[in-house]
Write a protein that binds this ligand. Sequence first.
Ligand code: UDP
Length: 313
Amino acid sequence: MKRVLITGAAGFIGSHLCDRFLKEGYHVIGMDNLLTGSMKNIEHLFPDPHFEFHHHDITTYVHVSGDLDYILHFASPASPIDYLKMPIQTLKVGSLGTHHLLGLAKAKKSRILIASTSEVYGDPLIHPQVEEYWGNVNPIGPRGVYDEAKRFMEAITMAYHRYHNVEVRIIRIFNTYGPRMRTEDGRALPAFMAQALRGEGLTVYGDGSQTRSFCYVNDLVEGIYRLLHGDYSLPVNMGNPDEISIMQLAQEIMELVGNKDSFIDYRPLPVDDPKVRQPDISLAKKLFGWEPKVPRHEGLVHTLEYFKKELGK
Ligand code: UDP
């Protein structure tokens, strides 16, 4: 039985990865310090004898007994309000945490996949974003703690690959959504869903003309699975190229929820908020035949079911 370590296991994407790898017949070692993750995302896995969980902070050290075939590094605060609240932890998990895991991968001869982000492109000057683009990041702005941690993460991962021959995989994840996002994590999609369900105003920042492209989590997990088992060491974009404005997203969610009390509540645009974002996924298509399958309406319906239960609506 293959053994995989998943960091950030109690988080949004991490917990979906635990589900998938258990379903594929792996022994899954989940690790999380529960800074932003939640036990309720993984409590259904505890009866499974092939799942183990370690409540641990990987920025101190990482130890795993026995063999380890794969490491998936998904630990990090990932929403703007989280990394603004926890800037030092964000920098540490991307740098020290990644360093420890690369050391572990080297010692155990494991293949390691690290979760990078579209934020490495910053407020992009080319559109859509291709992997060759180096980005437009403000290192000392409020988002710099996340963006630069992830850029460092890519750099040290490639250094371990080139210098120590560690087998590496790097995914640049664009906006992803689905069940197990936190209503209070401040991201647009869960915020709008919770606000619409409660009949509150939907907090659109700026004039809502900034764009994002939203990928349903199951599509992303499929992409991660293929990338891990593929044979390509440089960064690969994964996300859904279907780009919409934040205002359009707010309107779609209001319509879907159908709460007549909702309205658009305009708020100031945060500092360094990227104006556009859309992945060019030609590389993932070419390498793995991967592209997202779940249309936004369908994904929003599944996600809404989750938030309805969460909020008791
Ligand atoms: N946003 C918004 N209202 C909110 C939260 C976010 O209008 O309540 C905007 C945010 O300024 C950004 C976009 O929605 O332009 C996506 O933000 P999110 O935090 O979801 O992710 P990002 O892509 O910025 O990391």
